[in-house]
Design a protein. Structure first.
Length: 89
């Protein structure tokens, strides 16, 4: 018979897989509860940054700074905010 320690990795691998599935389910539920881009208030900071960015002429001194702010925000944002940026005209 195999030693008792041989069964332990199998049990811990099963627990890790169950934990990963629960984590993915929680992420999916959280994403479903997030607002759509249409539901994001027009006065929110991200919306204001996007509006300012799009109003800048190509020679603006603020263009790079605003673009950098939006870029960093998108990198760390939730899917709803990423959709807002992607759908912004």
């Amino acid at each position: 018979p195999p030693p008792a320690s041989a069964a332990a990795p199998s049990a811990s691998a099963g627990a890790a897989a169950a934990s990963e599935m629960a984590s993915e389910l929680a992420l999916a539920e959280a994403a479903a509860a997030m607002p759509t881009p249409e539901e994001v208030p027009a006065g929110c900071l991200l919306h204001m940054l996007l509006s300012l960015l799009l109003q800048q002429p190509p020679t603006s001194l603020y263009l790079l700074g605003l673009a950098s702010c939006v870029h960093k925000w998108v990198q760390a944002s939730a899917p709803a905010e990423q959709r807002l940026v992607a759908s912004h005209p």
